[in-house]
Design a protein around this ligand. Structure first.
Ligand code: AMP
Ligand code: ZN
Length: 138
């Protein structure tokens, strides 16, 4: 299903032009308009899913291999040393467009730090309590 007022539905299905680098029946991969680094791309399913929790398993199973394929092409063509596959779910996690997308972000030697966090700390008891809470909700 597509969502009438969703910009990524329109881009994924070709109603709004984009810098497309890959397309098949289920996905379009475009360049991000505000790239974190040269080549920053977004994998968009053509169907509307709000976030990772709404994805069906068949669609989900295709996304990592596609990310690997795009990242490998970036290394060959752009000379990046690596790449991040990043995906945000919910406003608190930094999601700004509520149509599932996977970022493919090329990383260059000496380039800016992207998707990093400061290592925190937790006691074994805290880890155990947290693990049990999550386990009990599965
Ligand atoms: P997120 O914050 O994970 O929801 O990522 C949304 C991304 O979409 C951001 O990196 C934006 O720069 C990018 N973006 C928003 N609108 C467009 C657009 N029309 N075409 C390409 N990229 C876009
Ligand atoms: Zn959509």
């Amino acid at each position: 299903m597509r969502k009438a007022d969703c910009i990524f539905c329109k881009i994924a299905n070709g109603e709004i032009p984009s810098s497309t680098i890959y397309e098949d029946d289920e996905f379009r991969v475009i360049l991000d308009l505000g790239p974190a680094s040269r080549g920053h791309a977004l994998i968009l399913p053509k169907e509307h899913f709000k976030d990772v929790c709404e994805l069906d398993e068949a669609t989900a199973a295709r996304i990592l291999p596609l990310g690997a394929k795009i990242g490998t092409a970036m290394k060959k063509s752009l000379g990046c040393a690596g790449f991040n596959l990043v995906q945000n779910n919910g406003e608190a996690a930094g999601q700004t467009v509520f149509h599932f997308h996977m970022h493919v972000i090329p990383r260059y030697e000496g380039g800016p730090s992207i998707a990093s966090w400061k290592t925190g700390s937790a006691t074994p008891e805290e880890l155990q309590e947290t693990a049990e809470k999550i386990q009990n909700a599965l």
